[in-house]
Design a protein around this ligand. Structure first.
Ligand code: HGY
Ligand code: MN
Ligand code: MN
Length: 414
């Protein structure tokens, strides 16, 4: 257990302060990637890392890094810790931001306490983890890990018709560094669980050993607009009704699957979207997830089959666009064990678990040993302004992060 201890008031104050940055006129927190609201959050984070005496670096996809090269160490691979500060729409204040600000707090504490690492220690805030404005999600870390060409990512068209590269340039975060310019010795991410498991089992620390697979698609159903009053049901090519059948099919299949498969239709729109016009077009997003790759493939295949059937029965055309596809990821068991030991040394309960949510760690795991630390979410709520974690758990998580990072940063390359 480290002899250092973080400045809890500084950390909790920053979480709350960042949580107030970028709210809309209704007070909702919607700091979407590369938006004006997110620029305000980015600027505040850069100020904090610069004030902490870290070297600020931004790469071409807008990932922000605060680099501590103690004693001028440059040739050793760094320990990188971080997460993201972009949010979903009407978000809570902990998702991503807790991990980034805790990472900064750990580095600042170690630096202030005169800790002497054998390698640089770096805080990272990855661009567009949420994928709400530009798909796929975890985009900045995916590009950083070499899973998506930076030019392709920069050319991504957003749900609002903007181009990511143009937006990053407009907000001043189209940085000079090539993604991947720092090759990590290890990567570790602290995050709220965003689900009900830890709270339900009264466990404080999640030693996350894997992340489930994710499949995102956009489905477009084309029918015929027609009069809501004069058109007999038998003559309709109703894109809205066909879309509704897709939603209930996905939910019923997941519910009856006796497996952890989950399915969500988070976005839907009708055209022309008028009360007395049969929808000519319905556009919906499908988010399928499963910890098992084979079951995830089966879920995708079942959807294809259902869409074929729907197009026959409802006399509509259906097209599908792939938005994201990530297989399940296993983290580095050596680091997971360090997390469990750090929790135990601090007298904290812990359990191994799979992450239901996607995270930047699953991308960085492609290029370095990586793992995650979870703390409980009250009532398992997240992606919702009611997202909460109590201060005692927030601090417990950062202390475990501090201990694990202290160990990883002392490791010499053998
Ligand atoms: O979609 C996710 O799981 C993450 O919040 N981007
Ligand atoms: Mn997150
Ligand atoms: Mn999220």
């Amino acid at each position: 257990m480290s002899s250092h201890s973080i400045d809890s008031a500084r950390l909790l104050g920053r979480i709350r302060m960042l949580g107030d940055i970028g709210r809309d006129v209704d007070g909702r927190l919607s700091r979407l990637a590369a938006s004006d609201a997110e620029k305000l959050g980015r600027d505040q984070f850069v100020t904090w890392i610069a004030d902490a005496g870290l070297e600020v670096a931004v790469d071409r996809i807008g990932n922000i890094f605060g680099i501590w090269r103690a004693c001028g160490i440059t040739d050793e691979k760094p320990v990188i810790l971080g997460s993201h500060i972009d949010t979903v729409i009407d978000a809570g204040i902990y998702d991503g931001c807790y991990g980034v600000l805790s990472a900064l707090e750990v580095i600042q504490t170690l630096k202030e306490d005169g800790f002497v690492p054998s390698r640089p220690i770096v805080v990272a805030a990855f661009t567009n983890e949420e994928g709400v404005r530009y798909a796929p999600d975890m985009m900045g870390s995916l590009v950083y890990a070499g899973g998506l060409a930076v030019e392709t990512a920069l050319a991504t068209v957003g749900t609002d018709g903007t181009i990511l590269g143009g937006e990053l340039g407009r907000i001043g975060y189209a940085g000079p560094h090539e993604p991947g310019f720092l090759s990590p010795h290890a990567y570790i991410e602290l995050h709220i669980e965003q689900g009900p498991v830890l709270e339900r089992e009264s466990i404080t620390i999640g030693a996350v050993e894997s992340v489930q697979g994710i499949s995102w698609q956009r489905v477009t159903v084309e029918g015929d607009a027609n009069h809501a009053g004069t058109t007999p049901i038998s003559m309709r090519r109703d894109a809205g009704h066909a879309a509704a059948r897709v939603i209930t099919f996905l939910r019923d299949r997941a519910k009856n699957s006796n497996s952890p498969t989950v399915a969500t239709v988070g976005c839907i729109s009708f055209e022309p979207n008028a009360i007395n016009v049969i929808p000519s077009r319905a556009t919906l997003t499908v988010d399928l997830r499963d910890p098992d790759e084979e079951r995830l493939r089966q879920a995708e295949a079942a959807l294809v089959k259902f869409l074929d059937a729907i197009s026959q029965e409802e006399h509509v055309e259906v097209s599908v666009e792939r938005l994201a596809r990530f297989e399940p990821v296993r983290f580095d068991q050596r680091i997971v064990a360090k997390i469990e030991k750090a929790a135990k040394d601090r007298g904290l309960t812990s359990r191994r678990m799979t992450s239901g949510a996607g995270h930047d760690a699953q991308m960085i795991a492609r290029i370095a040993p990586a793992a995650m630390i979870f703390v409980p979410s009250i009532a398992g709520i997240s992606h919702n302004p009611k997202e909460r974690t109590n201060d005692e758990h927030l601090i417990a998580g950062v202390n475990v992060l501090l201990d694990v990072v202290g160990e990883l940063a002392r490791e010499v390359t053998w």
